[in-house]
Design a protein around this ligand. Structure first.
Ligand code: NAD
Length: 358
């Protein structure tokens, strides 16, 4: 198979971990006889240095001409976010790309690697039951995109953010969730606040209509406050967790903590045509950038997700995921996942080991 991948490393640790993910893709390509055509583009602060914009037209065209986007991370050091180069960097790169390609569903798998159980902040008897869930979050609607207003009423400041969902937005992401559940353990937990919110009542109505088309998949509704609690009390009950934009934003970060490090998780944003962007959920980690110590696993697993979702290369994705587990079983740990008794390895050394298992 031949495919064209737009690679946008971005800032901070982005280029460091991307370099390793590309080495892994190269190894997979050679082993399984695929040709991955890589075309690199600038985004974030790296793009700003050249084009004075965080998401230049050149990068957009590159993405349009590609079969998938592999994204690193963007953004400056937290203390420098007021500087022109970094101001609104995340919004004007990531949200601009989401808008340009109408990505409407965000996938965030969360699982605990058996080798890293000790990193999970939950009690060991909870962790023993296993955690392997997939958040699917709607990306185009809800309170982030509704009417916004600042006004003064009766001499007092008032701020307004309107939450809005159309039935089409809900239909689309719900089908995505049920189709994903079919390939997993066939259960969807739909999260809402239908006891209070109109948007949630519509959400629940539409989800139940869609569910009739998937009789083989079990559906349960869960109120968002209960879901926040269940993720900590008993996360093994979840398979696919379907949420609106704001609830998903919060719950998926809560879920990320279960794995133990941002450096271990992959994510994907997919549009209705199946075009996807794959990226680690963490940021540019400027505190460790340039030192060669970042964990490359999130970027490598994002590449695996791209192979599975965009190119239907399930065996190849499995090979990468197995190689990551094998490297962890072999005892390799980058600084973010090493205990005090373990000696951390470099970004490149972790990737070398993963490649050796492919
Ligand atoms: P961050 O996610 O970059 O880092 C938080 C902590 O996690 C840091 O201690 C960092 O060292 C660690 N970390 C993250 N990824 C790691 C990895 N692969 N290996 C080892 N450790 C890792 O969040 P932050 O420090 O709050 O933000 C830094 C910049 O990133 C900001 O400019 C922010 O706007 C941006 N940001 C970008 C994205 C994105 O590109 N998707 C997401 C979040 C934040």
């Amino acid at each position: 198979m031949e495919c064209k991948i737009a690679v946008l490393p971005g800032d901070g640790i982005g280029p460091e971990v991307m370099e390793q993910a590309l080495r892994v893709l190269d190894a997979v390509g050679r082993k399984f006889s695929h040709k991955f055509h890589i075309a690199q583009g600038l985004v974030g602060g790296a793009a700003y240095d050249v084009y004075r914009t965080h998401f230049p037209d050149e990068t957009r065209k590159l993405c349009e001409q590609s079969d998938a986007i592999l994204f690193g991370s963007v953004g400056g050091p937290v203390a420098e976010l007021h500087l022109e180069k970094w101001r609104s960097c995340e919004t004007s790169s990531i949200l601009a790309i989401r808008k340009a390609f109408s990505f409407n569903a965000n996938f965030r798998p969360v699982r605990i690697f058996p080798e890293l159980k000790g990193l999970c902040p939950l009690r060991s008897e909870v962790v023993e039951r296993g955690v392997d869930l997939l958040f699917i979050r709607e990306l185009n609607g809800d309170i982030y995109f509704g009417r916004k207003e600042n006004l003064v009423r009766d001499g007092k400041r008032v701020a307004v953010d309107v939450a809005e969902y159309t039935e089409d937005q809900i239909f689309s992401v719900t089908h995505t969730a049920f189709q994903a559940a079919r390939k997993r353990r066939k259960k969807v937990t739909s999260v809402d606040k239908a006891n209070v919110l109109h948007v949630s009542k519509l959400w629940r109505e539409v989800v139940h209509e869609v569910a009739k088309e998937y009789p083989d998949v079990q559906l349960e509704d869960m109120l968002v406050d209960n879901c926040a609690m269940q993720l900590i009390r008993n996360p093994s009950q979840f398979d696919v967790v379907l949420t609106g934009n704001m609830f998903g934003d919060i719950l998926s970060d809560e879920g990320a903590v279960l794995a133990g490090s941002l450096g271990l998780l992959a994510s994907a944003s997919i549009n209705a045509q199946g075009f996807g962007l794959y990226e680690p959920p963490g940021g540019s980690a400027q505190d460790i950038a340039g030192k060669g110590v970042a964990n490359p696993i999130a970027q490598i697993l994002s590449a695996a997700m791209m192979l599975r979702f965009s190119f239907s290369l399930g065996n190849e994705a499995d090979a990468i995921e197995r190689a990551v587990s094998s490297a962890l079983s072999a005892g390799l740990r980058t600084g973010d996942i090493a205990s005090t008794a373990e000696t951390p390895v470099s970004t490149a050394a972790m990737a070398d080991k993963i490649i050796s298992f492919i």
